[in-house]
Design a protein around this ligand. Structure first.
Ligand SMILES: Nc1ncnc2c1ncn2[C@@H]1O[C@H](COP(=O)(O)OP(=O)(O)OP(=O)(O)O)[C@@H](O)[C@H]1O
Length: 518
């Protein structure tokens, strides 16, 4: 009688402690050959820590990693790759001015692996797994989805048998996400093992065979996805039932204009036009959604409105032209939840309390003359940390030690503290778990009920469709629409983002972009 083969990967009793927190607490995870395992958990549950251990970025305090039944030591990412563990990062690490083949040859040691040989291997892998990667294409011309496929090819070139995909769909259109899932199915068919991290439960149900759920550093359960539902997975994650009903309730957007933007033009960081004559209004109480593939001007639009980027054209709030400069705009009632939450949203070396107080530091009651009232700073921080449920060992902890989701809550607490009139929210729930996402959505909608307007830039089309009153699409620095939300669908937005003309969409008819309601 022969014993069953050992699993492709077995994490046994992994414990990792950081000051004040046990990030992984005796974690056991099994991954079989030819399986897609989703790792689920709230923000701060310990997913990134576990992945970092598997990829050799951290050493566990206790526990072992076994590959095909053999204990291994993974001292660095290079060792992880040599052992057949590949990571597809959330943000591809590619040199824009080089071709795909040059990038992959560079990464694998050019002397051993000339670009010509690499090109042939890329073509072979790309054909085998339906990856559609052109080795001669210049990286600067690739879409986010194409860059991601290059990273997958890189991992496969390195011989990965275990592939970690960390929130891989967050930068993709729905069509591209389906393309990625097709590739993942091919890889699984080929006997490779995949670990998939996502906060989007529909995707998890679609692509994963099994889920393992972490809560506060511990494995709290694991189930096959066959027979699971969005609700059952959410409950396993947060330990209580979660309401998934659509939240947009107002529908009765006031028609008086809050924000009027006319003919905005700006150049991007590389000196090329980033905004080409953008005009639109946001009404009081309205959520205006902005969809688009990264790099089509959304970032510049928000930075211009926040007073961080120069532009020509006019911007007025409540009929008054907005003053220049970020701090002056904040005082005029413009809040900004930025795209790069770690670097432009917080000062990582400062404490949680200092980061909460950042916008009000020079104002009473926090400022007394030239001095700060540190008691007031701490009181404000304690109130906001409690109100937004920020998980932190304390208010004097440096913010860089918080998980991504908790940093985002910190920014929201700070930006929304002064009852802004206009909220510029860029990917406000990016990387947030369902509980925190729900909280952010409710906070934004509460503010619209109080008369604030929201400009919501998001790559999550479900989020745009469930919160927005109207949705526009940024393509090549121009804004298409905005269209009333009931006139667009996930599919039509995806096609517009990809460059389709509104009138050319399947099923397009007057008043409806791309057919029926969402
Ligand atoms: N380098 C570090 N130093 C101190 N604490 C850390 C460090 N890295 C992570 N932590 C803490 O460990 C816990 C687990 O964090 P981790 O980033 O693994 O969670 P996560 O599940 O990936 O969360 P998210 O979904 O928000 O990315 C959190 O409480 C976090 O604050």
């Amino acid at each position: 009688m022969s014993a069953a083969p050992p699993p492709a990967l077995h994490l046994r009793g992994i414990t990792k402690r950081f000051p004040g927190v046990v990030a992984n607490d005796s974690v056991d995870v099994i991954l079989h050959a030819g399986e897609v395992l989703a790792l689920l958990g709230e923000n701060g549950a310990g997913k990134s820590t576990l992945i970092s251990i598997l990829y050799g970025l951290y050493q566990p305090d206790e526990g072992t990693v076994e590959l095909a039944g053999k204990p291994v030591r993974i001292g660095s990412p290079a060792q992880a790759r040599a052992l057949g563990i590949g990571l597809v990062p959330q943000h591809p690490l590619l040199v824009a001015r080089h071709t795909v083949a040059e990038n992959l040859a560079l990464g694998s040691g050019a002397a051993l692996f000339p670009a010509r040989g690499v090109a042939a291997r890329i073509r072979e892998l790309s054909g085998r797994y339906g990856l559609e990667v052109d080795p001669a294409a210049r990286v600067s011309e690739l879409s986010p989805g194409e860059k991601q496929r290059v990273e997958i090819v890189r991992a496969l070139l390195g011989g990965a048998r275990v592939l970690i995909l960390d929130e891989p769909t967050s930068v993709l259109t729905p069509q591209e996400a389906q393309g990625l899932f097709r590739v993942m199915r091919e890889l699984r068919q080929d006997g490779r093992s995949l670990i998939f991290i996502s906060h989007k439960l529909d995707e998890v149900l679609d692509i994963a065979d099994r889920v393992t759920v972490l809560r506060r550093g511990k494995v709290v359960g694991g189930v096959p996805t066959a027979g699971a539902t969005r609700e059952s997975l959410a409950e396993l994650m947060v330990g209580r039932s979660v309401d998934f009903t659509r939240k947009r309730g107002t529908g009765t957007t006031g028609r008086d204009t809050l924000l009027a933007v006319r003919d905005l033009a700006a150049t991007g960081s590389r000196g090329l036009p980033a905004l080409r004559g953008v005009s639109f209004d946001v009404a009081r109480g309205e959520v205006l959604g902005v969809a688009g593939i990264a790099g089509n001007g959304q970032s510049e639009l928000v930075e211009v409105l926040a007073g961080l980027h120069p532009a020509t054209g006019t911007v007025s709030l409540d009929g008054v032209p907005l003053p220049a400069g970020a701090q002056a705009r904040f005082r005029a009632g413009v809040a900004h939840i930025p795209e790069d939450r770690i670097h432009s949203g917080t000062v990582p070396s400062m404490t949680v309390a200092e980061n909460v107080a950042l916008r009000q530091y020079d104002q009473p009651p926090l400022a007394r003359g030239l001095a700060r009232d540190l008691g007031q700073v701490d009181d404000l921080a304690r109130r906001e940390v409690a109100a937004y449920d920020v998980a932190t060992p304390g208010i004097h902890t440096p913010s860089r030690l918080l998980s991504g989701g908790n940093i985002q809550k910190l920014i929201l607490a700070r930006e929304l503290a002064g009852s802004p009139k206009l909220i510029l929210a860029v990917h406000p729930t990016y990387g947030l778990d369902i509980g925190a996402t729900d909280q952010v959505h409710r906070v934004l909608l509460e503010r619209t009920q109080g008369g604030a307007g929201v400009l919501l830039v998001s790559e999550d089309l479900d989020e745009l469709l469930s919160l927005s009153d109207r949705v526009g699409v940024m393509v090549g620095g121009s804004l298409l629409g905005p269209f009333p939300v009931h006139e667009v669908t996930r599919e039509s937005l995806g096609l517009l983002m990809g460059g389709a003309h509104p009138h050319s969409l399947p099923g397009a008819e007057p008043g409806v972009v791309g057919g029926g309601a969402a």
